[in-house]
Design a protein around this ligand. Structure first.
Ligand code: GDP
Ligand code: MG
Length: 165
């Protein structure tokens, strides 16, 4: 089976930034005003000599916190069907939200490996916030803090992800 990594999570947590880091091409659309990513995007990546595809799944249009439950379901269903591994991205600066919990609920339906990525762990205070996401009780035993804008933490995450291929 092909190695496919899907990136899921609520808008504005840094999914597209992460995607762009992984594929090192500017294919996903980043838009910090509206949180819009127009389509799902596919890219190719490699780490530690292993090749894999990455899907940026944020294909909904929304204003702020107002995504419909069915959009979340659609996104998660797509990830579960198409991916071999799921990166569930949350935002340390904002902390745990109801939408994160909605995603977690939908993600419980799969036995595919899920890595919780606590993004925007830019400094020590943000990093400490990552601990609150353990309350979601989902994913591998540990949460992976990252700063997608700088690439910090991605190496440790990918080292573990490629073990699952
Ligand atoms: P998406 O909606 O989940 O795809 O989020 P985006 O990738 O579009 O990012 C939303 C905003 O967060 C953009 O302004 C990014 O530059 C910013 N962002 C992404 N990752 C980080 C990070 O690690 N730290 C900080 N401070 N900002 C980030
Ligand atoms: Mg996006």
């Amino acid at each position: 089976m092909a190695n496919i990594v899907a990136i899921v999570g609520r808008p504005n947590v840094g999914k597209s930034t992460l995607f762009n880091r992984l594929v090192e091409e500017r294919k996903a659309i980043e838009d910090n005003l509206s949180g819009v990513t127009r389509d799902r995007h596919y890219g190719h990546a490699q780490w530690g000599g292993k090749f894999f595809s990455v899907i940026d799944t944020g294909g909904y249009v929304m204003g702020s916190e107002d995504i419909f439950e069915k959009e979340i379901r659609k996104q998660v269903k797509l990830a579960i069907e198409e991916a071999s591994i799921i990166l569930f991205v949350v935002d340390c600066m904002v902390g745990l939200t109801d939408l994160d919990a909605d995603f977690a609920k939908e993600l419980r339906g799969t036995d595919k490996p899920i890595f919780m990525v606590a993004n925007k762990a830019d400094n020590l205070d943000d990093l400490l916030m990552a601990n609150e996401f353990y309350a979601l009780g989902i994913g591998e035993e540990i949460i992976y803090p990252t700063t997608a804008t700088s690439g910090s933490g991605l190496g440790d995450l990918l080292d573990e992800v490629i073990q699952k291929f």
